[in-house]
Design a protein around this ligand. Sequence first.
Ligand code: 2BA
Length: 109
Amino acid sequence: MKLIISIVQKEDSDDLLKALTEAGHKATIVATTGGFLREGNATVFVGAENDSVEEVLDLVKRSCHKRTRYLSPIVPVTEPSEFYIPQPVELEVGGATVFVIDVERAERY
Ligand code: 2BA
């Protein structure tokens, strides 16, 4: 068995959960925050048998999309702020960052 951990954008999380549950997979979603942008995202956990892993990954791939975010740089303390015109930095975020982990043992009581 594997634990598939997918960090996705909030905008994609409903579609992903719907796709997973409609395909018969069990999923848990947690509200999380990205360390770099400090924006809310979502982390989806799926426990899947080995022969279902590729199907789950495919659903993640199809449900999650790349988006462009603009980050406003902070004025460097060494720059006189009246001469410094900050240019937003373009970042491509997503579709999904996925980790597949071996599950040693899983129980439901
Ligand atoms: P954040 O950490 O908020 O990162 C958002 C986006 O900012 C990233 O998109 C990437 O385009 C950019 N970014 C992140 N760290 C950067 C850095 N040190 N320098 C320049 N740009 C940087 P994604 O790569 O698609 O990641 C989306 C979210 O997935 C991340 O949100 C984080 O929550 C998670 N994530 C990505 N890689 C991870 C990893 N290796 N371990 C744990 N979480 C990860």
